[in-house]
Write a protein that binds this ligand. Structure first.
Ligand code: ARG
Length: 434
């Protein structure tokens, strides 16, 4: 039986119900739906819209439903139209006529807009905790590698020496900004749509601020059409989540490279690696690979939301029911990725020697060699050219700048002295950089 019987002469077709129903994915909002209803009922009583006795019955009934769903005693009917319908019908089943008064001055349109905001607020806070955890893990690892020298890259070619601490620190900054982005989106989202009704507000003397305060909102959505019909907060969050995934994916890509025999800069803990079913020697970085792969899902969720919303006339349209699967998937994916990624990173061991050896090859101190000449008065472009000649000589004679004898330096430029070896020492190079 549907809530909206009365106008209709026929029962709904099974195909319509199956197609229309959102219960399979909006049932996860049952807690928020019930909390919203409680705040709404409390306000109806406070404003004298329903009497105290009905209000008390509604609150007790809702509490019972909540604890019964929590404990598994009450199963959410998979053929219900949506979670709002299910809870209201269950309430009326339990308390009778008083239950029919709950929806006074409310529409499912403002109800769903409320539920999704409450749900996403909670999910956002979960991701923020996970992100903070990741940032702490990165920083802790970074501090262990203040003196670990590695090649810094551009174009994936060895460029200049850096420390592993500095490399990790870059990711820490990125995730810090991601945290800010979530905070920002949360701030903008945190306004209550309840009281907007279907689209035009209600004729009852409701108190929207009372409900907003009870549910910990910073205020109310001022325009009732906007309150029920925008999902920009979902899009903003999906955007912030996409950027998190993009950052995680880049980090993953590097870890995958570093695990390879070609790099061997790091090794993942056995507990966070997987093997091959045929090649006994293999130890695969499945976690970072999956994280890299899952970034595509989240980017897809963002595009889904943008596309769902782009052509909708004001105010509510059923298309908007498509918001939930996309944004929930984005949150679930990011939460899952962060949950696996952080302990993987925490237990990852670093092969300092290999990093140092890689930094010692590839002439990554060539810029410092040129800077040495510049500091002795040679114009930078000439110093650059002289150093280039030295590098070419080293390549031809299978040497490095560190092993090349001083007389070879002097043949190219007589400004070179013994102290050049100190100037091109990797530790000096790293230390001298501002
Ligand atoms: N399940 C619907 C949704 O997720 C709830 C709102 C229904 N409103 C309506 N007017 N049919 O959007």
């Amino acid at each position: 039986m549907k809530l909206w019987t009365g106008r209709f002469e026929k029962e709904i077709a099974k195909e319509t119900n199956d197609f229309n129903s959102s219960i399979s994915f909006d049932k996860r909002m049952y807690n928020e739906d019930i909390m919203g209803s409680m705040a709404h009922a409390t306000m109806l009583v406070a404003q004298g819209i329903i009497d105290k006795a009905d209000g008390a019955e509604i609150l007790a009934g809702l509490e019972g439903i909540l604890s019964d769903i929590d404990s598994g005693k009450l199963e959410i009917d998979p053929s219900a139209e949506d979670i709002h319908t299910f809870v209201e019908a269950e309430l009326t089943k339990r308390i009778g006529d008083a239950g029919k008064k709950l929806h006074t001055g409310r529409s499912r349109n403002d109800q769903v807009a409320l539920d999704i905001r409450l749900t996403l607020r909670k999910e956002t806070e979960k991701v923020q905790v996970l992100l903070e955890n990741l940032i702490n893990t990165i920083n802790k690892k970074a501090d262990e590698h203040e003196n670990t020298i590695m090649p810094g890259y551009t174009h994936l070619q060895r460029a200049q020496p850096i420390t592993f601490k500095k490399h990790l620190g870059a990711y820490s900054e990125m995730f810090r900004r991601d945290l800010d982005r979530l905070n920002d989106a949360k701030k903008r989202m945190n306004f209550s749509p309840l009281g907007a009704g279907a689209l035009a507000g209600t004729t009852y003397p409701t108190d929207r601020m009372l409900v907003a305060k009870a549910l910990d909102f910073d205020g109310i959505c001022e325009n009732t059409l906007d309150a029920v019909s925008d999902r920009d907060f979902c899009i903003e969050l999906a955007n912030a989540l996409s950027i998190i995934m993009m950052h995680l994916s880049r980090f993953s890509e590097e870890i995958i490279l570093w695990c390879s025999w070609e790099f061997k800069f790091v090794e993942l803990d056995d507990a966070y690696s997987t093997g091959s079913s045929i090649m006994p020697q293999k130890k695969n970085p499945d976690i970072p690979e999956l994280v890299r792969g899952k970034s595509g899902r989240v980017f897809g969720d963002l595009l889904t939301l943008l596309t769902v919303m782009k052509g909708l006339p004001l105010a509510y349209n059923k298309d908007m029911q498509e918001d939930k699967e996309a944004i929930f998937d984005a949150f679930d994916t990011v939460e899952m990725c962060l949950t696996a990624f952080t302990p993987m990173l925490a237990t990852m061991t670093v092969n300092k020697e290999n990093m140092r050896n890689a930094a010692a090859k590839g002439f990554i101190n060539a810029t410092d060699c040129a800077d040495y000449l510049t500091k002795k008065g040679l114009p930078f472009r000439d110093a650059y050219k002289a150093t280039g000649e030295l590098v070419a000589l080293c390549i031809k004679t299978d040497q490095t700048l560190e092993t090349l004898p001083l007389e070879k330096y002097r043949e190219v430029c007589d400004l070179f002295d013994k102290d050049v070896y100190d100037a091109i020492n990797l530790e000096t190079c790293v230390k001298n950089r501002k």
